[in-house]
Design a binder for this molecule. Structure first.
Ligand code: SF4
Length: 167
């Protein structure tokens, strides 16, 4: 049997949840022995083509390009897991959802006309089907390791029904 492949994808986020994955150290090494890391730009520029067995997705959707990209990621992924409050709920950047994005862009950027952005920041599940969600900001490392380990073993991950930080 081929070694399962793992891909990690970033959308609008601070990278903190991907860093949690890198912080797993020994646990991650144990997991890494059972998967092939096929796409994880935070850790390596080596990229293997899809399809991927497990995709971890960090970040929310804030641009038309990202709305298109997440559909491609979904099409290439057998299982898609969203990690963190940005990916599962839109993140702090979803504060824009109650504001006028044009006004914000004018206040922040010298040439806002070059900006290609959506008026909202939305969770990944608003765009594509999601198999599992890991909540938190950042995610809990033990939940991440449990999820990957369980899926590699062909069992359902033992996750709490709700995160402590209820979103
Ligand atoms: Fe960063 Fe929190 Fe978003 Fe994770 S959920 S990417 S830690 S802001």
């Amino acid at each position: 049997m081929d070694t399962p492949t793992l891909a990690v994808w970033k959308f609008a986020s601070c990278d903190g949840c991907q860093l949690s994955l890198l912080d797993c150290e020994d646990d991650l090494l144990a997991v890494a022995g059972r998967v092939r890391i096929a796409h994880f730009l935070e850790a390596s520029s080596d990229v293997l083509p899809g399809p991927y067995d497990i995709s971890l997705v960090e970040g929310s959707i804030t641009t038309p390009g990202d709305a298109e990209r997440i559909r491609q990621v979904r099409a290439e992924s057998r299982l898609l897991i969203t990690i963190g409050a940005c990916a599962t709920a839109g993140g702090i950047q979803a504060l824009r959802n109650q504001a006028d994005i044009t006004e914000y862009a004018r206040a922040v950027y010298a040439r806002p006309e070059y900006l290609r952005t959506l008026a909202t920041s939305t969770p990944i599940a608003a765009h594509v089907d999601v198999d599992y969600e890991l909540h938190g900001c950042p995610i809990d490392r033990r939940q991440l390791v449990e999820t990957i380990s369980a899926l590699l073993a062909g069992r359902r991950p033992a996750l709490p029904a709700h995160s402590v930080c209820f979103e």
